[in-house]
Design a protein around this ligand. Structure first.
Ligand SMILES: *[C@@H]1O[C@H](CO)[C@@H](O)[C@H](O)[C@H]1NC(C)=O
Ligand SMILES: *[C@@H]1O[C@H](CO)[C@@H](O)[C@H](O)[C@H]1NC(C)=O
Ligand SMILES: *[C@@H]1O[C@H](CO)[C@@H](O)[C@H](O)[C@H]1NC(C)=O
Ligand SMILES: *[C@@H]1O[C@H](CO)[C@@H](O)[C@H](O)[C@H]1NC(C)=O
Ligand SMILES: *[C@@H]1O[C@H](CO)[C@@H](O)[C@H](O)[C@H]1NC(C)=O
Ligand SMILES: *[C@@H]1O[C@H](CO)[C@@H](O)[C@H](O)[C@H]1NC(C)=O
Ligand SMILES: *[C@@H]1O[C@H](CO)[C@@H](O)[C@H](O)[C@H]1NC(C)=O
Length: 723
C-alpha cells in the first residue's frame, strides 16, 4: 500500500514535469498546411508556412509513414543560398534539436537528395537520402549559445534539399552535461532500446523529453548485427527508478537483452565516425535474482583502459534492483564500425544484461560571424522596410554568405564588404561601423541616408567607399585622407560641407565630390564655382564704372571717326587702348588683378585665320572662325556681327569681363581687336580632349560643347550688360 501511494506520487510528479516540458516544445511540420495536434503523441504541430519559413515550397510525400507530420515536406530551391529556421532558446539551457527527413518516392532518374545541415555556423551533418521511404533523423544535444539558434539547409550536391520536421526539446538542467560543452555540441549517433517489445520507437509521451529510442527489432543495414548466440529478450512491468541524470524513460528500462551464454555483442555503423564520442550504457536489474545468484560483467570491446577493467554489478552499482545504473564514457574515440561486447566474469552466475545505449559524437562548435560586425549589419537592416534582403536568414557568412555581404574565411568570419546600393535605407549610418576593422568595401550609395559620416578611423582596410546620392551632411573626417588603402571615394550629391581633406586630392584616390554645395577644397584653392559668384557681384559694381567710362569714350570716338575717316588705323588703335583704360579704372577692385587680354592687330588675325577661311560656327553675336597664331596657338575668332553703339558697349563689356573670368564653362579669351568698325574677339580654341580636362574629371557632368560654351560667354556678358 505504502509503495503504491509512493508510485502514485511519482506518477503525479512525472506528469507535472511532462506538462511543464510540453509547453516549451517547438514542433514544426515543415511543408505542412495547417496546425494540428498529433493524435498519437498529443503534441501540437505548427505548419511552417509563412510566419516561420517564406522560402521553398510544400510538396506532398508519396507513401508517408503513419505520422501526420510526414505527409508533406518542404522543398528548397537548388541554389547557393542557405535556408534557415530560427528557434528561440534560453541561453545556456540544454536542448535536444531534431531535424527529420522523409522524401517519399524518388522518381525515375531523380538524383537522390544530398545536402548539408547546419546548426548556427557548425556543420551538423550531410543528409544523404538513399532510401526515400526511410525517415532520416538528425539529433543534436546542445547548450544554447544564445537566445536563438539557426538550423540551416544548404549546399545541395545532388537532388533537391528538403526537410520534413524540425523539433526543439528543452532538457532538464543537468541532463547531458559534459566537460566540453563550451566548445562542443553532441550529435546523437545511436540511441537504442534493447529488448524492445515492438519495432516502434519510444518517444513522447513515454519519454518526457521526447528523445527517440530506436527499437533493437528494427532491421537495417549494418545496424545491430553480429548478435551473440544465446541472447534473450526480457521485460518487466515493474516500475524502474530512472532518476539519475539522463532520465531515460521507464518503458525503455523495462526491457533488456541478456547474454545467457555469458556474452552480449552487437555491431553497428556510426555515421560521420571515427570521432571522439560520449557513450552511455543504461543498466537496470529487471530479473529477480535468487540469493545465490549474481550478475557481474565487463566491457570487453571496444577496449578502454579506464573502463574495461571495471566490473559491472548492476544491483550493487545502482544500490538495488529496478534502479538505473548509468555509467557513461565521457570521451572515447570510436570507429565508423562499432563492435561492442560485454562478457560475464568467471564468478558471475548470470550473463551480462543491457537495457539501452546512447552514443553521441562531439562536434566542434564553429564560431558565428563576429558579433560586432553582425550588430552593424542588423542596424543597417533596420534602416530599410524592404524585406527580401533584410530578412536573409541565419549567420551572415556561414554556411553561405548573404547576398549583400562578403566575408573573410577566418574563424570567426568577418565582414569584408557591404553592398547596399539603392536599398531604400533611411536614417544615419550606424556609428558601430567603426568596429568592422576588416571592411574593405562599403557601398551605401543611392539611399536616403542622413547625418554625418560616423567615425571610421579604425577601418584601415577600406579600399572602396560609395556614399554618393544620399542626404549625408557635415564635414568629411580628416583621417579619410590618411586611410592607407583607400582607392575610391564617391560622395557626390550629398550635403557635405567644409574642406576636403588634402590627402584625398593627391591623385592616389579616385574621388568624386561634386554637388555638395558646402564642400570645397582647402582655402586658397577654392572651386571656381565659388569664385564666379564673388566675381559676378564685384563685376556688377565694376561694370557700372566701365559702362559709364566707355559710353563717354565712344561718344567721343564716334565724333572723332566721323571727322577723320582716313586715319582709321591709328585712332582705332588708340580707341582700342581706351577700353583697357576704362577697366584699368577699376583696377582697384579685388578681382581685376590678373590676366588682362591683349590687343591683337587685325592683320595678325587675318593671317591666323587665313583671311577668315575656316568657319566653325555661328553664335548669336556673330560668326566664329578657326585660326592658328604665329606661335602655333589655336584660336577661335569671333567677329561681332553688329557695329551699333549698343554693340560697341557690348564689346567693351565682354572684353572686360571675359579677360577676367576663368570659369570652366567659359572659353578663355586671349585677345581682341577693334579696327575698321570690326570688333573681333579671339578665344582659345579647345579640342574635346582639352575640354574634358576642364570638367574636373566628373563623369556624370553633362559635357558642354565648345561652341555652347562660347555662347555662355556671350550670354553672361549680355546679362552683365543689362544689369
Ligand atoms: C530536473 O531534475 C531535478 C533533479 O535533478 C528535479 O528536481 C526536477 O524536477 C527535474 N525537472 C524536470 C522538468 O524534469
Ligand atoms: C499555426 O500556429 C502559429 C503559432 O501558434 C500561427 O502563427 C500560425 O498562423 C498558425 N497557422 C495556421 C495555418 O493556422
Ligand atoms: C514479457 O516477458 C514475459 C516473460 O517475463 C513474456 O511472457 C512476454 O511475452 C514478454 N512480452 C513481450 C511483448 O515480449
Ligand atoms: C577527448 O580526448 C582527446 C584526446 O584524448 C582530446 O584531444 C579531446 O579534446 C577530448 N575531448 C573531445 C571533446 O574530443
Ligand atoms: C540457487 O539456489 C536455488 C535454490 O534456492 C537452486 O535451485 C539453484 O540451482 C542455485 N543456483 C546456483 C547457481 O547455485
Ligand atoms: C542503498 O539503499 C539502502 C536501502 O535500500 C540504503 O539504506 C543505503 O543507504 C543505500 N546506499 C547508498 C550508497 O545509497
Ligand atoms: C568575396 O570575396 C572573395 C575573396 O575574399 C572574392 O573572391 C569574391 O569574388 C567576393 N565575392 C563577392 C560577391 O564580392
Amino acid at each position: 500500500m505504502a509503495s503504491h501511494s509512493h508510485f502514485l506520487l511519482l506518477y503525479l510528479f512525472l506528469m507535472s514535469s511532462v506538462i511543464c516540458q510540453v509547453t516549451e516544445f517547438i514542433s514544426i511540420d515543415c511543408g505542412g498546411t495547417s496546425n494540428y495536434t498529433d493524435p498519437i503523441t498529443g503534441l501540437a504541430w505548427v505548419s511552417d508556412n509563412g510566419a516561420i519559413m517564406n522560402y521553398g515550397k510544400s510538396a506532398e510525400v508519396e507513401i508517408p509513414n503513419g505520422n501526420m507530420q510526414y505527409r508533406r515536406r518542404r522543398d528548397f530551391p537548388i541554389d547557393s543560398k542557405k535556408y534557415c529556421y530560427t528557434l528561440g532558446t534560453k541561453e545556456r539551457r540544454r536542448y535536444l534539436v531534431r531535424a527529420t527527413f522523409q522524401y517519399g518516392i524518388l522518381g525515375n532518374g531523380d538524383a537522390y537528395p544530398k545536402f548539408d545541415l547546419y546548426l548556427d555556423a557548425t556543420k551538423w551533418s550531410t543528409v544523404v537520402v538513399l532510401d526515400a521511404s526511410r525517415v532520416y533523423v538528425k539529433e543534436m544535444i546542445i547548450r544554447a549559445p544564445s537566445s536563438s539558434i539557426d538550423v540551416c539547409i544548404c549546399c545541395a550536391s545532388t537532388g533537391s534539399p528538403f526537410i520534413s520536421t524540425l523539433e526543439l526539446r528543452p532538457l532538464n538542467l543537468s541532463m547531458y552535461a559534459t566537460d566540453f560543452e563550451d566548445n562542443f555540441f553532441l550529435e546523437v549517433a545511436a540511441r537504442v532500446n534493447f529488448g524492445a517489445l515492438s519495432k516502434d520507437v519510444i518517444r513522447y509521451p513515454d519519454d518526457p523529453y521526447d528523445r527517440i529510442w530506436d527499437s533493437d527489432l528494427e532491421k537495417r543495414q549494418n545496424y545491430l548485427v553480429g548478435v551473440a548466440p544465446g541472447t534473450v529478450r526480457i521485460n518487466t512491468s515493474k516500475y524502474i527508478d530512472t532518476r539519475t541524470r539522463e532520465y531515460p524513460p521507464v518503458k525503455v528500462m523495462q526491457t533488456a537483452v541478456v547474454g545467457t551464454q555469458g556474452i552480449l555483442s552487437y555491431r553497428l555503423n556510426l555515421d560521420d565516425f571515427p570521432a571522439n564520442a560520449r557513450a552511455y550504457a543504461y543498466f537496470a536489474e529487471i530479473e529477480d535474482l535468487g540469493a545465490n545468484e549474481t550478475r557481474k560483467f565487463k566491457l570487453q570491446q571496444p577496449y578502454f583502459p579506464d573502463y574495461s577493467n571495471a566490473v559491472v554489478n548492476i544491483a550493487e552499482n545502482a544500490n538495488g534492483s529496478h534502479t538505473l545504473y548509468e555509467p557513461s564514457y565521457m570521451n572515447v574515440t570510436l570507429d565508423f564500425v562499432l563492435s561492442f561486447s560485454f562478457v560475464k566474469t568467471r564468478d558471475s552466475t548470470q550473463g551480462p544484461l543491457l537495457n539501452a545505449i546512447e552514443i553521441s559524437k562531439y562536434l566542434k562548435i564553429e564560431p558565428r560571424t563576429d558579433s560586432q560586425d553582425v550588430t552593424v549589419l542588423n542596424a543597417l537592416r533596420s534602416l530599410s522596410a524592404e524585406s527580401a534582403w533584410t530578412n536573409e536568414q541565419g549567420d551572415p557568412c556561414v554556411p553561405a554568405h548573404w547576398d549583400w555581404v562578403n566575408c573573410t574565411s577566418t574563424t570567426p568570419p568577418r565582414i569584408t564588404k557591404i553592398a547596399l546600393s539603392g536599398k531604400n535605407l533611411k536614417g544615419e549610418i550606424p556609428p558601430e561601423i567603426n568596429n568592422m576593422e576588416t571592411l574593405t568595401e562599403l557601398w551605401l550609395d543611392g539611399n536616403f541616408l542622413t547625418g554625418p559620416i560616423p567615425s571610421i578611423s579604425n577601418l584601415v582596410n577600406l579600399k572602396i567607399v560609395h556614399l554618393e546620392n544620399n542626404k549625408l551632411s557635415g564635414q568629411l573626417p580628416k583621417y579619410l585622407g590618411s586611410l592607407p588603402d583607400l582607392q575610391e571615394l564617391y560622395i557626390q550629391n550629398n550635403y557635405f560641407s567644409g574642406e576636403i581633406p588634402s590627402g584625398l586630392l593627391t591623385g592616389k584616390v579616385i574621388i568624386n565630390y561634386e554637388h555638395n554645395p558646402g564642400l570645397h577644397k582647402e582655402a586658397g584653392k577654392k572651386k571656381h564655382s565659388k569664385l564666379i559668384l564673388g566675381v559676378s557681384i564685384g563685376i556688377l559694381a565694376a561694370l557700372l564704372v566701365v559702362l559709364i567710362g566707355s559710353l563717354l569714350f565712344l561718344r567721343n570716338l564716334q565724333r572723332k571717326t566721323s571727322h577723320q575717316k582716313t586715319a582709321v588705323q591709328g585712332s582705332s588703335l588708340r580707341v582700342s587702348a581706351k577700353p583697357s583704360t576704362a577697366y584699368s579704372v577699376s583696377r582697384g577692385w579685388h578681382m581685376m588683378d590678373e590676366g588682362v587680354s591683349y590687343y591683337i592687330p587685325l592683320s595678325e588675325i587675318e593671317e591666323a585665320t587665313k583671311n577668315f577661311s575656316k568657319k566653325i560656327g555661328r553664335g548669336s553675336f556673330g560668326t566664329v572662325y578657326y585660326g592658328q597664331m604665329k606661335e602655333g596657338k589655336e584660336v577661335a575668332v569671333k567677329i561681332m556681327g553688329d557695329s551699333t553703339t549698343h554693340m560697341t558697349q557690348q564689346f567693351v563689356t565682354e572684353v572686360a569681363l571675359l579677360s577676367r573670368i576663368h570659369h570652366r564653362n567659359l572659353v578663355p579669351l586671349i585677345g581682341y581687336c577693334e579696327e575698321e568698325n570690326q570688333r573681333i574677339l579671339v578665344y582659345e580654341y579647345m579640342h574635346n580632349g582639352t575640354l574634358r580636362d576642364h570638367i574636373h574629371g566628373s563623369v556624370n557632368q553633362k559635357r558642354l560643347d565648345w561652341l555652347a560654351r562660347l555662347q555662355i560667354a556671350e550670354d553672361s556678358a549680355k546679362d552683365n550688360c543689362r544689369t
